[in-house]
Write a protein of this length. Structure first.
Length: 185
């Protein structure tokens, strides 16, 4: 398990103007986002998995957030009366579509497939006596990236805790915080 963590001694100093220019994008389950701008992409994960892909040459990065590895049945788009972004979000809930859309969006922004590097997060077992969908999600992502020949250079997978992920799309740096206490009230 390899994780990049920020500590007070390793934090990059940044002036107030640079900090104010960073746009924060909140990624919900089923969404895919990529950017060549100075943006932080943020998501919260439990059993879901997020894949962060980054091209260090083109300085383009992106993230997906999927809930299930693959659709069990074929999705008939003709029966869904929604706009294109809603269809992408629906399909983005499944790893096979979310991975495809993320790679496609990065290539359109100037990334090259052979330069992409991956970081994987999530896949927790959030409910003790239920099936381990988090493990299945993580194993799917690992397999997909291996097949696509995209190296996984860092990951923080499995366990029992939710995570908050912050991905800096221009640098490829990921900051992670484990959320060890979640209360239902």
């Amino acid at each position: 398990m390899v994780v990049e963590r920020s500590t007070p001694n390793s934090l990059k100093k940044m002036d107030c103007q640079e900090a104010a220019e960073v746009k924060v994008v909140k990624l919900l389950p089923g969404e895919v986002y990529s950017s060549s701008e100075h943006e932080d992409i943020v998501t919260i994960l439990g059993s879901c998995v997020a894949t962060c892909l980054w091209d260090p040459i083109a300085k383009v990065g992106g993230m997906n957030h999927f809930m299930l590895p693959e659709a069990k049945k074929q999705i008939k788009l003709s029966s869904i009366s929604v706009n294109q972004s809603s269809v992408r979000m629906l399909m983005g809930r499944y790893g096979n579509f979310a991975m495809f859309y993320l790679i496609e969006s990065l290539l359109k922004k100037g990334a090259h497939l052979h330069n992409l590097q991956a970081k994987l997060f999530g896949g927790a077992k959030m409910i003790k006596h239920m099936s381990d969908i988090g493990k299945i999600n993580a194993e799917f992502a690992i397999s997909y990236l291996k097949e696509a020949e995209i190296p996984i250079i860092a990951s923080h997978l499995f366990g029992n805790n939710a995570r908050k992920i912050v991905f800096e799309s221009r640098t490829g740096v990921v900051k992670i915080r484990e959320l060890s206490s979640v209360y239902q009230v």
